[in-house]
Design a binder for this molecule. Structure first.
Ligand SMILES: [Fe+2]
Length: 460
C-alpha cells in the first residue's frame, strides 16, 4: 500500500478543526511513513461556505474551490503553507454605468449627472482567485478571512437570494461598479489587512464581459506591506505587478536579493503566478549563450520582438526574467505593447494586412530543444492578433506560409522592430522584469559577453 493511501486511511477516522489541520495530519502521516527528504502535498477541493443573506437573513452559501499547498522538511516539520481560494463574483461595467447616468441626466434635464442614482449597465460575472502565503510563524490568514476580504473588496455571488436580497446585491454592485483591475486591487488591500507585512499575496480575477465575446482579466501580487499604503497611486507602485492590457510589463529594480538558486527563484516567481514547466520540465530556465544555433534563450544573437511559447496551443500568460549578470555591452531588453503592435500593423500594412494577421492562418515551428518525442513539430493554426487584444508572434520560426503571408509577416516584423515605440530596458544584477506574454512583445539586442546570465520563469 502506498504511503499516501496509508496516510489517508490513518487520518480519515479523526475529525479536525479545519481543512488545514486535516492536510497537516496527512502530511505528518506521510512523513512518518518512511524515511524521506521532505514531503509536498496539495489538497484541492470544492467547498460551500455557509453565510446569511444580506436582507432576509436566510441561510445561504458562497461556492468556491480551495487549494492548500503544504511542504514538510525531512524531520516532518512544516516548511511552507500556502492557501488559495477561488470564489464566484459579479461586478457591473463602470463605463456603461457612467454613460447611462450621463444619458439619463441629459434626458431629465439635470445639470449634475452625478446626482443621478446608478442606472443600468451590463453585468460581469466572474471568479476571483486569492493566494496567500505567510512566512513560517507569521499571523495566519484563514479561508474565513479570505471570504471576508473578497466580500468586502468585491461582490460575491450567493446561492440563495430572495427578492429583497437580490435587489440589495444588484444595487450594491451598481453603486460600486468595478473593472477586473479594481477587483484585484481592492481584494488584495482587504486581504493585506489580515496579514503580517511579509506575507505574500496574489489576487487574480477573470470577468465575463457579458455583452462582448471576450473576458477581462487582471492580477496583482506583492507583500502585504505593499498594500498597506493609503495612497492609492503608491499602492500600484513597485513591486506590485498588474497583468493587464493597460500595464503589460513592469521592472522591479534590485527586487531579487537571495542567492541565485533554483528554489529561491521559483519561490520568488510564485509571487506573480504559477511557475510553468511545460518546456523541458523546468520551471527555471537559464538564459545564457551555450550554442550558436539554438532558440533565443541559448544564443548571444539578437532576439527580435516575440511572445514566448507562441508554438503552443495555450502559451503561458506571463513570465519573470531575473538578472544575475548583465552583459558588459548590449543584451538590452526591448518591449512593445500589443496594442501598439496592432496600430503599427494597420499603419504599415493597411486594413487588409491587419485582417490577415487577425485570421487563424499562422503556425509556428516548435524549437527542437522544447520538442517532445513524437510530439507536435508545429503549433495549431492561430491568429497573430486575437479579438480581445492579446497576440502571439515570432518571425524566425513561422511554419511554411504562402508567399503572400510571408510578405505580410516580413513587413510586420520589420515595422515593429524598427518602431520608435519600442521601449529599451537594461536589467542589472537583481533586477526583475515581469512581462505579460499576451499583451506585450519582448526581445533583446545582440551581445558578445558570454557571461550574461538571466533566469526566465514562465507563469500561468
Ligand atoms: Fe522570449
Amino acid at each position: 500500500m502506498s504511503r499516501m493511501q496509508s496516510a489517508l486511511l490513518e487520518t480519515e477516522k479523526d475529525t479536525y478543526a479545519d481543512v488545514e489541520a486535516y492536510v497537516r495530519a496527512i502530511g505528518s502521516a506521510v512523513s512518518k511513513g518512511q524515511p524521506n527528504v521532505g514531503v509536498k502535498l496539495r489538497l484541492m477541493g470544492e467547498v460551500r461556505f455557509p453565510i446569511v443573506s444580506y436582507v432576509t437573513k436566510r441561510p445561504s452559501a458562497v461556492r468556491g474551490t480551495i487549494e492548500i499547498d503544504l511542504e514538510l522538511d525531512a524531520s516532518g516539520s512544516v516548511d511552507r503553507v500556502c492557501k488559495t481560494l477561488e470564489l464566484d463574483i459579479a461586478t457591473a461595467c463602470p463605463c456603461t454605468l457612467r454613460y447611462s447616468r450621463l444619458s439619463g441626466a441629459r434626458d431629465l434635464g439635470l445639470a449634475k449627472p452625478d446626482s443621478m442614482p446608478p442606472t443600468f449597465t451590463h453585468s460581469q460575472p466572474g471568479r476571483v482567485r486569492m493566494r496567500v502565503e505567510p512566512n513560517l510563524g507569521a499571523r495566519d490568514v484563514g479561508f474565513t478571512d479570505m471570504i471576508q476580504a473578497a466580500g468586502t473588496g468585491t461582490h460575491l455571488r450567493e446561492m440563495v437570494l430572495k427578492r429583497p436580497d437580490e435587489h440589495a446585491l444588484v444595487e450594491r454592485i451598481h453603486r460600486r461598479p468595478q473593472f477586473a483591475e479594481d477587483v484585484v486591487r481592492s481584494v488584495a488591500m482587504e486581504l493585506a489587512a489580515y496579514a503580517d507585512e511579509e506575507t505574500s499575496i496574489e489576487v487574480s480575477a477573470v470577468l465575463d464581459e457579458s455583452i462582448h465575446p471576450h473576458k477581462a482579466a487582471a492580477s496583482i501580487a506583492g507583500l502585504a506591506r505593499n498594500f498597506w499604503q493609503t495612497d492609492a497611486s503608491a499602492t500600484v507602485g513597485a513591486p506590485l505587478i498588474v497583468n493587464c492590457r493597460s500595464e503589460p510589463w513592469r521592472v522591479e529594480r534590485r527586487a531579487f536579493t537571495e542567492p541565485f538558486e533554483k528554489k529561491n527563484l521559483e519561490r520568488f516567481a510564485a509571487r506573480y503566478g504559477n511557475p510553468s514547466s511545460k518546456d523541458c520540465n523546468a520551471t527555471v530556465w537559464p538564459i545564457q549563450p551555450r550554442t550558436s544555433l539554438g532558440t533565443f534563450s541559448e544564443t548571444d544573437g539578437e532576439a527580435r520582438l516575440h511572445t514566448d511559447a507562441q508554438y503552443r496551443a495555450d502559451p503561458e500568460s506571463s513570465f519573470v526574467l531575473v538578472c544575475e549578470k548583465p552583459a558588459k555591452e548590449g543584451g538590452t531588453s526591448i518591449l512593445l505593447p500589443a496594442e501598439k503592435a496592432r496600430a503599427i500593423a494597420l499603419d504599415h500594412l493597411g486594413k487588409d494586412g491587419l485582417d490577415a494577421l487577425t485570421q487563424p492562418l499562422w503556425q509556428w515551428t516548435v524549437p527542437e530543444v522544447f520538442r517532445k518525442p513524437n510530439g507536435h513539430t508545429v503549433s495549431p493554426v492561430a491568429p497573430v492578433f486575437e479579438a480581445g487584444g492579446a497576440m502571439r508572434w515570432r518571425f524566425d520560426n513561422l511554419a511554411v506560409l504562402s508567399d503572400e503571408l510571408m510578405d505580410i509577416a516580413a513587413a510586420f516584423d520589420l515595422a515593429i522592430n524598427t518602431s520608435d515605440a519600442v521601449v529599451q530596458v537594461d536589467l542589472e544584477a537583481g533586477d526583475v522584469l515581469h512581462c505579460d506574454n499576451r499583451y506585450a512583445l519582448h526581445g533583446r539586442t545582440t551581445f558578445t559577453d558570454r557571461a550574461r546570465l538571466l533566469y526566465r520563469i514562465r507563469l500561468t
